[in-house]
Design a binder for this molecule. Structure first.
Ligand SMILES: Cc1ncc(COP(=O)(O)O)c(C=O)c1O
Length: 399
């Protein structure tokens, strides 16, 4: 009854922020919140049950990204995976190489957990260089190449897909030039891409890759880092030596089990499911752009996640649209959940060269497998009215 009261009529279009946990995932987790409570490190039947569950989940996660299970380290989520990849890889090094600064590179549109991790390493003497993106929200490999030729680089961190505009970066090419022109490690934040486009770490040739469970219909507070060579990393959390001594602490067994199941489900018919979402997304974009004037779609259309639509409506404020949509039972976002909290203009949209009115009028709609054409139609009808009303209110002549 409570669920019906709160969610029944609500349309959820914020799947880049988080996703509903699948009931098959919940079912898989329940025994590990109940009868199977053993510590996976314990040497008895209870412990064996839990440690076998970890093995199975590790296989399921590894399968989805083409790695081997022993290359997967479970973390508390995408944020910790990014921190471990960046700080763990670099803290074995010295920021000064015989008086010459060593450089860490990221793109200008990374998630805060990457940008802040890299920034924190300046205190160890490293220099930080940000590779710009073009107006389409894509990193151009030649720009990375120029930096690699000029500087001594320890780490390159570039995301596979952006969380605001959904643009997909040419990671295979960026990894190729990183390895060809430097001895740097390449880390890739694949949190948003997981389950939406095929990922193969061997094909991409990356050294480190971050994942998160709650973006793929798994539970929150669990994620993983793919690590090609464990020897190159220093742990952030020391203790009992769990996770091959890379991440101590008793494992979040039920979370890991849920994450594994979500990966297994995501790996089935991945292409077909996402093709259906893309059809719905394209329909949404067409309806919005053909009915609302002064509206741009931000970011590349071709190199883009199948579930992401990102608009700018001139003459209105994104926050006002979100509030109004919420009144009409539709949940969307102006951009990343964390930047909405801070209420400052998105660094991603700024890096893409959008004007302030374009940034202020932005709306992100991210679809999931649960969304229907009926929901898209209803939400667009509401959106058309909301924009009209807000523009009328602000005295704008646009409709
Ligand atoms: C691109 C990207 N990286 C990292 C994260 C952080 O993941 P988590 O919420 O699991 O810490 C997010 C989530 O918002 C994300 O979108």
């Amino acid at each position: 009854v409570i669920r019906a009261m709160t969610h029944h009529d609500m349309i959820y279009f914020d799947n880049a922020a988080s996703t509903p946990v699948l009931s098959a995932v919940i079912q898989e987790m329940i025994p590990y919140l109940g009868d199977h409570y053993g510590n996976p490190s314990s040497q008895h039947v209870f412990g064996f049950k839990s440690s076998r569950a970890l093995d199975e989940a590790r296989r399921q996660v590894a399968y989805l990204i083409g790695s081997s299970p022993n290359e997967i380290t479970f973390t508390s989520g995408g944020t910790e995976a990014n921190n471990l990849a960046i700080k763990g890889a670099v803290s074995k090094l010295d920021g000064n190489n015989n008086g010459r600064k060593v450089v860490l590179i990221s793109s200008s549109i990374e998630h805060e957990s990457v940008l802040e991790s890299i920034d924190s390493l300046k205190t160890l003497g490293f220099d930080v260089i940000s590779v710009p993106v073009n107006r389409e929200g894509i990193v151009e490999p030649e720009l990375l190449l120029k930096i690699l030729e000029r500087e001594k680089v320890a780490l390159v961190s570039i995301m596979l897909a952006n969380n605001e505009v959904g643009t997909i970066q040419p990671i295979k090419e960026l990894a190729r030039i990183t390895h060809q022109y430097s001895r740097a490690l390449i880390h890739c934040d694949a949190v948003q891409a997981l389950g939406k486009i095929p990922i193969d770490v061997k094909y991409l040739d990356v050294d480190l890759l971050s994942l998160s469970s709650h973006k793929i219909h798994g539970p929150k507070g669990i994620g993983a880092l793919y690590i090609r060579d464990r020897k190159q990393l220093k742990p952030l959390i020391d203790g009992g030596g769990q996770e091959n001594s890379l991440r101590s602490g008793t494992e979040n067994v039920h979370g890991i089990v849920g994450f594994g199941k979500a990966c297994e489900i995501a790996s089935v018919n991945l292409t077909e499911r996402n093709r259906d979402i893309k059809i719905l997304r394209d329909y949404l974009i067409l309806r919005v752009t053909s009915t609302i004037s002064e509206c741009n779609v931000n970011g590349s259309i071709d190199q883009r996640l199948p579930n992401n639509a990102h608009f700018s409506f001139l003459g209105v404020k994104g926050e006002d649209i979100i509030i109004k949509l919420n009144e009409y039972w539709t949940a969307a976002s102006t951009g990343a959940a964390c930047s909405s909290n801070k209420n400052k203009p998105s660094h991603v949209l700024k890096a893409m060269g959008l004007s302030l009115p374009e940034i202020e009028g932005s709306l992100r709609i991210t679809l999931g497998h649960q969304n229907t054409k009926f929901e898209v139609d209803r939400a667009v009808d509401v959106l058309v009215e909301i924009i009209k009303e807000l523009r009328r209110f602000s005295g704008s002549t646009k409709h």
